[in-house]
Design a protein around this ligand. Structure first.
Ligand code: PLP
Length: 394
């Protein structure tokens, strides 16, 4: 029903089931970027002529759109980045480095593991990991133990696991963390494509978002920073557009958020990102949730009929991504065969090697859905999978 809004689907006959990696972009998003480049391409916050003012205004309107979309309190709380990876690296090096302990979960993406290694943290040495149980649920009891033994720590956990689709209860995690004096950052890379996020309800201190996972452009994202932390945050990089006054001995920085946005920004990307959020509002999360729930249940049901299927979690408290293996079959072989049948999906560790190691596997086959998918996509995939299996089992 919504595929008509996305040029990719009229230009290709691919069954696209790799939305966890990146989403397709609606025409309105592509058009908004083309319009910037074709009609008013100018830098922001510098020159004062008509098109430059339009670019600045649209860029700042985009900040407001994002602020409203995630229900932040102030525009200044939204700082643009290249995506979730840069958002986490920014907060890790500009704020979280001073914390003795950082607590993550075992379901994290490498983008929320490696930045902590760059600070020479390792397990038990400045880095603690909340276990998950056999259904990949976040273990709140273990979390509380870690918070008790490491009060005033920095907690950085994902909202939705990209590898398994598991949803963490961010409100409960943040509340418990705050009770023990911890500060909380959430990796929201997989959130906005599937469900409504609300900074006032979550009450987290930092929330990282990504344009390309959210029907927006690549190379753009943002970090929400709760107002009370803006002053404690050091710029991650500095340069043009971040300063008030400079001489050869010193410089004074602008106020937030400008002091954090050094150099020319991804202006078209930012404008396109905001347009993508407008588009999501137009579709509506109620619709998205209804469509995705039906697809997810149908996918799960169809997969359950496959001989030798191995799941690692049930679909309770999960969304978007479904990960599995098939007894005796290498996931790479499945990927090669279904690709020939024009099915796009991802196999492997999904940038989450530690949880794969914990489960004793090299990786999984992952089908990741978006609201524009339909039952026919799932039928095409299941048919291709069965065909691949019959070839491999022959
Ligand atoms: C859970 C999670 N965190 C972080 C990232 C990195 O996001 P970005 O591509 O915006 O840097 C991804 C992307 O796959 C992800 O799924």
């Amino acid at each position: 029903m919504f595929k008509k809004d996305f040029p990719y689907f009229s230009n290709s006959d691919i069954t696209y089931l790799d939305n966890g990696a990146t989403t397709q972009k609606p025409k309105v998003v592509i058009d908004s970027q083309v319009e910037y480049y074709e009609k008013y391409c100018s830098n922001t916050h510098r020159s004062n002529f008509g098109h430059a003012n339009t670019a600045t205004q649209n860029f700042e309107n985009a900040r407001k759109t994002i602020k409203e979309f995630i229900n932040a309190s102030k525009n200044e709380e939204i700082i643009f980045t290249k995506g979730v990876t840069e958002s986490i690296n920014f907060i890790a090096s500009s704020f979280a480095k001073k914390f003795k302990t950082v607590i993550i979960s075992s379901l994290e993406h490498h983008s929320n593991i490696v930045p902590w290694h760059m600070q020479n943290r390792s397990l038990g040495n400045g880095l603690e990991v909340v276990k998950c149980n056999e259904n990949l649920d976040f273990d709140m009891e273990h979390f509380e133990e870690l918070l008790k033994t490491n009060p005033n720590s920095f907690v950085s956990v994902t909202h939705i696991s990209n590898a398994f689709g598991k949803i963490h209860d961010i409100t409960a995690i943040t509340k418990l963390a705050h009770d023990y004096g911890a500060v909380v950052m959430i990796d929201g890379a997989q959130s906005l494509a599937h469900l409504k996020v609300d900074m006032q309800t979550f009450d987290c201190d930092f929330f990282a978002i990504s344009g390309h996972k959210t029907f927006g452009p690549t190379g753009v994202g943002a970090i929400y920073v709760k107002e009370k932390y803006l002053n404690d945050l050091e710029p991650y990089q500095t340069g043009g557009a971040t300063i008030h006054q400079v001489d050869f001995n010193s410089s004074t920085l602008l106020a937030s958020p400008y002091k954090f946005e050094a150099g020319t920004q991804n202006i078209a990307g930012v404008i396109g990102f905001a347009r993508a959020l407008d588009y999501i509002s137009h579709v509506g999360y109620n619709n998205i949730e209804i469509i995705e729930e039906e697809l997810y249940k149908y996918l799960d049901h169809e997969l359950s009929t496959i001989d030798g299927i191995i799941f690692y979690n049930d679909i309770h408290d999960s969304i978007g991504s479904r990960s599995f293996n098939i007894q005796g079959i290498a996931h790479d072989d499945i990927a090669i065969l279904v690709d020939k049948m024009k099915i796009a999906l991802r196999v492997g560790h999904h940038c989450a090697q530690p949880i794969m190691k914990q489960l004793g596997i090299k990786g999984t086959i992952r089908v990741s859905l978006a609201f524009y998918n339909d039952l026919n996509d799932i039928n095409m995939f299941i048919t291709a999978l069965k065909k691949a299996l019959s070839m491999l089992r022959d």
